[in-house]
Ligand binder design. Structure first.
Ligand code: NDP
Length: 290
């Protein structure tokens, strides 16, 4: 099928994780989410992740802190969880209130419990191709989507649109990893890239993660390209109950005919991110049992 079904591929992974957790002896893996402030998107993301954790048979807990929480208090809470043997994974839910320095907060989480893979230690392990680290969930999910859709990465030219620490950079590192699920030639583009369409036209695989609604159009791509659309953008739509609909960074309708495979939004990358978080939590649990 041309549309890559992230719901279907993630369900198979979740089913397998559920089976693995059911076979464990003793208390199950446990993840704690830290939420700062009352951002509706953060609340929704955490609820969704908790639901899947419960389905798999993992324990989950949410620590809600006010947006005004001091840096010291936040660090104290993270340190408590770092030292709590009953907690295997810790996730600081982004987006954080704007005045927070995400990098120092992500680095405070013990690398052994950093199931989001955002700490310097885990990003460094990814760079070193050290399998003991945790790979950021969205990029890891992209690899699983491509595998699930039988897309050959090795030898292909992958263009990654976006260079963020949570998607673009780790996705580029994974694609160039020395392995059968990597070995691609990777070009990374960002807001200062010149002649973007001419670069996109050379891509066998495009990973779009820029947060710009329906930015990639048919006239920017070549026939037969595979597109992974990471973007989640709200656009006003009075015909919808909520007054908006979600679209990706790619104009799905415009590019569809030209692509050989493409992920939809929603129902593509999103569900994979959650499945990879659960996989990382089980990995953290096993590492901490040793
Ligand atoms: P960031 O805002 O952190 O990074 C955006 C990147 O896109 C930057 O590197 C920026 O360039 C680049 N960019 C922005 N505009 C353009 C442009 N016009 N042309 C080329 N490059 C551009 O975003 P994230 O990586 O956090 O997220 C990207 C998108 O993916 C968002 O829509 C987000 O909601 C979604 N997302 C989805 C997830 C999922 O599970 N499906 C998970 C995480 C994110 P520069 O560096 O020069 O500023």
């Amino acid at each position: 099928m041309k549309t890559i079904d992230g719901n279907h591929i993630s369900r198979a992974i979740i089913k397998d994780l559920k089976k693995q957790v059911a076979e464990l002896q003793g208390p199950p893996p446990a993840i704690t989410f830290i939420r700062v402030g009352e951002n509706p998107a953060s609340i929704a993301y955490v609820n969704r992740k908790q639901k899947v954790a419960t389905e798999i048979g993992m324990l989950s807990n949410v620590v809600s802190l006010p947006a005004t929480v001091s840096r010291d208090e936040l660090f104290k809470k993270i340190d408590e969880l770092n030292n709590d043997k009953k907690v295997h994974g810790i996730l600081i839910q982004a987006p954080l209130p704007p005045h927070r320095v995400e990098r120092e907060i992500f680095n405070r989480v013990s690398p052994l419990k950093d199931v989001d893979g955002f700490s310097a230690a885990n990003l460094g392990k990814l760079c070193q191709e050290d399998e003991s680290g945790f790979v950021a969930c969205t990029p890891a999910g992209i690899i699983e989507l491509l595998k699930g859709a039988n897309v050959k990465i090795e030898g292909s030219h992958v263009v990654v649109l976006g260079r963020s620490l949570i998607v673009g950079k780790p996705a580029a590192l994974l694609m160039m990893k020395r392995c059968i699920e990597g070995n691609a030639t990777v070009t990374v583009c960002h807001s200062k890239t010149n002649n973007l369409p001419s670069i996109l036209k050379q891509a066998d695989i495009i990973i779009a993660a820029i947060g710009q609604a329906e930015f990639v159009k048919a006239n920017m791509i070549k026939q037969g390209v595979v597109i992974i659309d990471v973007g989640i953008n709200r656009v006003n739509d009075p015909t919808k109950k909520l007054g908006y609909r979600l679209v990706g960074d790619v104009d799905f309708k415009d590019v569809y005919e030209l692509t050989s495979k493409i992920t939809p939004v929603p129902g593509g990358v999103g569900p994979m991110t959650v499945a990879m978080l659960m996989r990382n939590t089980l990995k953290a649990y096993h590492q901490q049992q040793k």
